[in-house]
Ligand binder design. Structure first.
Ligand code: ATP
Length: 824
């Protein structure tokens, strides 16, 4: 199959990762890979004859280079099987250097001038991961909107023999793609009757295989939780808000921050939650009161009354009131200045939000989606619908593209018809949950928000194990929710030790205000388990009259929950709802695919490795062995390796042995020997700290140095505690809020069940009331602690199975390991 990739519409971070992933996966599956420059415009323009001739010389040059490589290889490593000629061709083929430089000038016999559809090879897309935007260019094409433009586009594809297309863009681009595919049979008939294609071409190109990926910073596409580029845009917005927060606090100012998102409020809403904003304006839910100015001023006035020194209002660029009159940042500023007397400034973030360097999710997600896109193309039959590759929680999904586009359009229609309830319903559960979360954590409570006296609970909250990004955000959300409902949140300092020392307090609404963006653990945390003195722990539960208990932490918290649950046999005080919200950078809690902190940690790893790789590349041929934390769990090493494009990854689950090392050394030697002379790059080997007691990072580095000979040098870097990250990532913050509020709902529900049994002393809690909140595939699920035990490897403190186990192979495949060793 010959597959071409297009990026179209507005650029977004992660589009390069899409191209990289699809090019590499396609080559691995034996496909010939092409890219289309400048979106649909490039498809319509195609390649001029003159450019085709020049491309031929480029092809000849590539052939030449393959012969050189095989020759050099046989001299270098004579004992080894030379790599597959076809693979080498793919490796050397392309015009990646030209693409990367973005030049359209004639350079040394090769040029992109007049060439919009270009074949690319493996090495052309290397290092694309860390670059923002799209290196193959994008455009808005008026020509493609016209039938003649699409006929020209089809002709250009057929001329190059391309039979499959991957389009990465927003809803407009994907609508265009679907239209193109549906018109295809008519178009080729026309091309044939106009004698523009031969009988053989007509026969070969009866159908166009097409898959769509959603690249858009707006996260406005229905039927997928995330669009490629949205997490990076959110990160840029939150960085800006974090910075604004400190100056706003210093001067006691108000800031109105305008964010992008077109007709979608996702960026504004999530930035509102993650940035701890006071008020937000989004298109899907305009303020309910008319005039809205009253509602906003009343809320902000309340916040100021309780002592808040700063005010942040976030307005989506598409925001409007109930009557669809636009709400503008400048007007909000005037209202805050005139009515509340606040010194107010406006910050319009503009194109800085488009991203730049992609965050970890915007590397991992496009890579996994790219793999699926190639598989979808290979599986496609004439009758299969055009799929859009999406994601639901942690699961890569395929949905009919037009269903998703239709649903997306329906939101816009609902808004136009002022049917905001429908618009919100169409945005999906997560969006609605986040909106509820924003109100629960930002609005100051009034009497009407409180539950009746007898439903109010005293909820103990404790942090356990090592700090992880998002634990403070989760605690802040729980505390604010409690205050809003009339519950009492009792925060315990320094884990179970602190509980035994009566180090417990009741935080105020304002007291937790700044916790959202704070790393570390505001409560203090340690690894002491309740078994240290279970009887006294039970008596403390009684002393503080806990009606429910929430633990935020890693494997220890799971262990602690197990101990408390088993302690119910002896201590009535534990017959209350008890929950564990997983938070650990190791992501080693069994059965959950995600723990708070793991996203922050992956971002820290990506930042560090981007710098290391730069240094490794500057020295041309250096391998860096990068050691990560993670205890006996290889999650962070493996997903980190995927996010930085490492060549090899070592985990405790697989361990390290001599055979493995021998093969890996051979792979690196082969790989370096095939680099174009003078164009070698730095390569990364990611190794979890506990992968082997014998083959330590030091041993491996020395060994690689020795074995690299003249081909490559080796160095090591230990990331250590830097992986805990400084400021928690926005994704960790928003998930912290969402999951924390789910914990509160769980507690209320189970308390209600228990209360039906009568007085507290005689209550018998069911096993299901001591549970861990997990993300499994596409859903959030509660797992009773007892049910988790069979899935836990208690000795190694990790799950018995890992959803990411196959990712190690993928990392090494994308580095070319099996192919460069001549292994099929
Ligand atoms: P973003 O969300 O970043 O704006 P988008 O893909 O929605 O991305 P658009 O400008 O709507 O951006 O579309 C990009 C290109 O896709 C258009 O310039 C046009 O060439 C093509 N396109 C969009 N809609 C159609 C359509 N209905 N028919 C044919 N082509 C279309």
């Amino acid at each position: 199959m010959k597959i071409a990739i297009i990026t179209s519409g507005g650029d977004s971070a992660g589009m390069n990762a899409v191209v990289r992933s699809i090019v590499k996966c396609g080559i691995l599956k034996g496909c010939e890979m092409w890219i289309v420059r400048e979106g649909y415009e490039g498809l319509v323009r195609g390649n001029t004859e003159h450019a085709d001739k020049l491309a031929e010389s480029s092809t000849a040059e590539a052939e030449h280079s393959v012969e050189d490589a095989i020759h050099a290889h046989s001299e270098d490593i004579s004992s080894q099987t030379p790599p597959d000629r076809n693979l080498l061709h793919n490796l050397r083929f392309g015009d990646g250097d030209l693409l990367r430089d973005g030049t359209s000038e004639y350079v040394g016999g090769r040029t992109l001038k007049g060439r919009y559809i270009v074949r690319v090879g493996w090495d052309d897309v290397r290092g694309w991961f860390s670059e923002g935007g799209t290196l193959i260019g994008t455009a808005r094409s008026a020509a493609f909107r016209k039938p003649e433009g699409r006929v020209a586009a089809a002709h250009n594809l057929i001329k190059e023999g391309i039979d499959a297309l991957v389009v990465c863009g927003g809803d407009g681009s994907l609508t265009g793609a679907d239209l193109f595919r549906s018109e295809w049979p008519e178009i080729i008939k026309k091309l044939h009757s106009d004698n523009l294609i031969t009988d053989a071409q007509l026969k070969k190109h009866t159908h166009l295989k097409l898959v769509g990926l959603v690249g858009s910073i707006d996260n406005d596409m229905s039927m997928t939780d995330l669009t490629i580029g949205a997490p990076t845009a959110l990160q840029r917005i939150c960085e800006a808000i974090d910075n604004i927060n400190s100056t706003a606090y210093s001067h006691s100012r108000a800031f109105v921050v305008e964010v992008m998102g077109r007709d979608c409020g996702w960026l504004a809403l999530l930035a509102g939650v993650a940035g701890g904003a006071d008020f937000i304006f989004i298109p899907e839910r305009p303020p309910k009161t008319d005039p809205w100015e009253d509602q906003m001023c009343a809320e902000i006035h309340q916040h100021r009354e309780v002592g808040k020194r700063k005010t942040i209002v976030i307005v989506a660029e598409g925001a409007h009131d109930q009557n669809l009159n636009p709400i503008r940042a400048d007007h909000i500023k005037d209202v805050l200045t005139d009515r509340l007397g606040l010194d107010t400034r406006v910050t319009t973030l503009g194109h800085t939000q488009r991203g730049g360097r992609p965050c970890a999710v915007d590397r991992i997600l496009p890579t996994l989606q790219g793999v699926d896109a190639v598989e979808a193309l290979l599986e496609a039959e004439p009758g299969t619908p055009t799929y859009m590759i999406g994601v639901q929680e942690n699961k890569i999904t395929r949905v009919p593209l037009m269903d998703a586009v239709k649903m997306t359009r329906a939101v816009a229609t609902a808004v136009k018809e002022k049917n905001f309830d429908r618009a919100l319903a169409l945005r999906g559960t997560e969006f609605n949950e986040m909106l509820a979360a924003f109100h629960a954590t930002s609005s100051f409570p009034d009497k009407s928000s409180k539950l009746p006296e007898k439903k109010r609970l005293r909820i103990g909250i404790v942090h356990m194990g090592a700090p992880a990004g998002g634990i403070n955000a989760a605690t802040r959300a729980a505390v604010r929710y409690c205050i809003q409902q009339g519950h009492t949140a009792l925060t315990i300092h320094n884990g179970f030790k602190g509980l035994l020392d009566d180090s417990v307090d009741t935080p105020t609404w304002l007291g937790v205000d700044a916790w959202m963006a704070r790393g570390g653990s505001e409560l203090g945390t340690n690894r002491t388990l309740p078994s240290v003195d279970l009887g006294t722990v039970a008596s403390k539960f009684q002393q503080f009259k806990f009606d429910a208990f929430m633990m935020i932490g890693g494997f220890e918290a799971f262990n602690a929950l197990l101990i408390l649950q088993e302690g119910r046999k002896h201590y009535p005080a534990f017959h209350i709802p008890m929950v564990h919200l997983p938070a650990t950078i190791s992501n080693n809690v069994p059965m959950t695919e995600y723990s708070l902190g793991s996203d922050t940690s992956l971002n820290a790893l990506v930042d560090a490795c981007d710098s290391i790789k730069q240094s490794a590349s500057a020295s041309r041929n250096r391998v860096f062995v990068v050691e990560t934390q993670g205890g006996q769990c290889g999650y962070i090493a493996t997903m980190g390796a995927l996010a930085v494009g490492a060549s090899l990854v070592y985990t405790p689950e697989t361990g390290i042995n001599l055979d493995m090392l021998r093969r890996d050394v051979r792979f690196l030697r082969t790989r370096y020997s095939l680099d174009v002379p003078g164009k070698s790059e730095g390569r990364l080997v990611i190794k979890n700290e506990a992968s082997s007691k014998v083959y330590t990072t030091e041993v491996m580095t020395t060994m690689l140095k020795e074995e690299g000979g003249t081909l490559f040098d080796a160095r090591s870097a230990q990331l250590g505690h830097t992986l805990q990250g400084g400021v928690p990532s926005p994704m960790d913050r928003v998930r912290a809020v969402r999951l924390s509020l789910r914990c509160m709902a769980f507690i209320e529900q189970h308390h209600e069940l228990l209360a039906k049994q009568g007085p507290a002393k005689s209550r018998q809690a069911i096993p299901e009331s001591a549970a861990i909140i997990t993300i499994q595939g596409s859903s959030v699920q509660w797992v009773p602690v007892q049910e988790m035990v069979p899935h836990a490897d208690m000795k190694n403190r990790r799950g018995k199975t890992n959803w990411w186990a196959g990712v190690k192979d993928l990392v090494e495949q994308l580095a070319g390991k099996p192919q460069f060793l001549g292994i099929p």
